[in-house]
Design a protein around this ligand. Structure first.
Ligand code: GLN
Length: 506
């Protein structure tokens, strides 16, 4: 087979080539390494060719021995928020520059055990705080914002912008991401790829540099729902001894619903008790704030779901707007606590000149953290402080519960919920970089599912302004990932949006 085509293929297709011995795991790894090393989007932060090729050789041995594991020998790149033994881990921050973890994050470990071959580490917003991947601070000599492969004058989304750009530009067939308030779904939408954030607790947080512990979740980003289902099956699973919020539910085969033979109307029997799939449409997601180009693409996608046999039902998520203030109190509160460990003693950067311990802490943290991280630490410390805790933090926790309850009311009327991922397509680099509030507001549609701990995914459904990709969000009830992936897969079997490639990735 001709090598130039390799990067256009899905994981499922690539695995078939490995199985038929048309291609070796080493050739495949070399192909993607070469592409990734020529990356012009600043998506990659680190490579380790030796480690990559060693993993590929080991995978090939397993293939030669007859191992048919579905991800064996397939390349993947990891968001630089997961700690890795073979690569530096920076979380996009100067404060961790030079840090090397003595162990691999559980998610990285699980994908390696499945036989996947790591191509490198991917850029992200500092400590995953951001919506544009403009908050990256490493390498400190020359930090570069990641660019969107569909238009390099635009942002790729964040905080998993490196992951989304790498998959969209076909520098890797798959990537890991993390989603605290939308960081898998929003960059997937902005770069025209597919990504899923599972139910909170499904994926282990062990070895994921912590931002907001009650929200952080890992998940896969790839070209299709079919690929995401394979990846999610490998990366989820209980990790009870190492992550206290890990869910004690067995590892699942998230591809199982995809395999059933389906006709023209696959969603006509995909709902509860074998009825039509009921897709809830939250009125609050379709208000004035939604750009008309995004709305048009989502409306067309909803029509397509109807053609596939689904019923659309209007639902209400009345506290959608409140999810912004609630999230931007809770996430900074948790961040301020989590980031207290970066003190110049245990990890990474330490200030060179200081007079005493307090001075060392202060200088280390002033030099090591970027503006957005400092802003969150200050907000977080404020809302947790004596006298303000009740007024802000406690109040936010109460509304968080109501937001979760609203979803449960909605799920009495529908099986899944659909709507936009973001109010607009990807904006221009620099457009919102000096305006944190404008960035926060753009998270409105991803924050509700995050606060409720529900699974959510993004799939490409067309193009909007300036021919930029538009993503549709599907949200499901707890542990309903298999159903979300099946709905997305049926949509993708009948549409071509997920197969579109940005010009530079041909
Ligand atoms: N944009 C949101 C924030 O800045 C979400 C980030 C994320 O999900 N990691 O916090």
């Amino acid at each position: 087979m001709s090598t130039p085509d390799l990067h256009q293929q899905s994981l499922v297709e690539l695995r078939a080539h490995l199985a038929s011995k048309q291609l070796s795991a080493t050739e495949l790894a070399q192909h993607f390494l070469q592409r990734a090393q020529a990356d012009t989007h600043h998506a990659f932060l680190a490579f380790n060719e030796e480690a990559t090729l060693a993993q590929a050789a080991a995978a090939q041995q397993r293939i030669d021995a007859g191992d048919t594991s579905p991800l064996l020998g397939l390349p993947i790149a990891h968001k630089d928020i997961f700690v890795t033994r073979d690569y530096p881990t920076t979380a996009g921050s100067r404060i961790l520059e030079g840090y090397r973890s003595p162990f691999d994050a559980t998610v990285v470990q699980r994908l390696a055990d499945a036989g996947m071959v790591t191509v490198g580490k991917l850029s992200c917003d500092e400590f995953a705080m951001g919506s544009a991947n403009e908050n990256v601070a490493v390498p400190s000599a020359k930090p570069q914002a990641v660019t969107n492969p569909w238009d390099v004058s635009r942002i790729p989304g964040g905080s998993s912008g490196g992951s989304a750009a790498a998959v969209a530009a076909r520098l890797a067939p798959a990537a890991t991401g993390t989603d605290t308030g939308g960081s898998i779904r929003q960059p997937a939408a902005f770069c025209g790829i597919t990504g899923i954030k599972p139910t909170y607790g499904r994926a282990s947080r062990y070895g994921m540099v912590a931002f907001a512990s009650s929200l952080d979740q890992a998940g896969p980003m790839a070209r299709s729902a079919e690929d995401c289902a394979l990846l999610l099956s490998a990366l989820c699973g209980p990790d009870l001894d190492r992550d206290s919020t890990s869910l004690n539910v067995a590892t699942e085969d998230f591809s199982r619903l995809l395999k059933a033979p389906q006709g023209d109307k696959p969603l006509a029997k995909a709902g509860q008790a074998g009825g039509a799939l009921k897709v809830g449409i939250p009125t609050e997601f379709f208000g004035d704030g939604l750009a008309s180009d995004v709305r048009a693409a989502i409306d067309a996608a909803l029509k397509q779901l109807e053609q596939l046999g689904a019923h659309l039902v209007p639902i209400a998520l009345p506290r959608t707007e409140l999810s912004i203030p609630v999230y931007y109190i809770i996430a900074p509160a948790e961040a301020s606590s989590n980031l207290s460990r970066f003190d110049g003693v245990k990890f990474g950067h330490r200030a060179k000149d200081f007079t005493d311990l307090a001075d060392m802490y202060e200088k280390t943290r002033s030099e090591g953290f970027g503006d957005e991280v400092k802003r969150r630490i200050m907000i977080g410390s404020y809302v947790l402080s004596h006298g303000y805790y009740d007024a802000y933090y406690l109040q936010a926790q109460k509304i968080r519960r109501m937001i979760a309850d609203d979803f449960q009311t909605a799920f009495q009327q529908c099986d899944v919920i659909a709507g936009p991922v973001a109010p607009t397509v990807a904006w221009k680099l620099g457009d919102k970089s000096d305006d944190p509030l404008a960035n926060y507001l753009a998270d409105i549609f991803t924050l509700p599912a995050s606060l409720a701990g529900l699974p959510g995914m993004s799939l490409p459904v067309g193009f909007g302004e300036a021919n930029m990709p538009v993503g549709m969000q599907l949200m499901g009830n707890y542990l309903q990932e298999a159903q979300l992936l099946n709905v997305a897969h049926q949509f993708q079997l009948h549409t071509q949006h997920h197969l579109q490639t940005p010009g530079g990735a041909a």
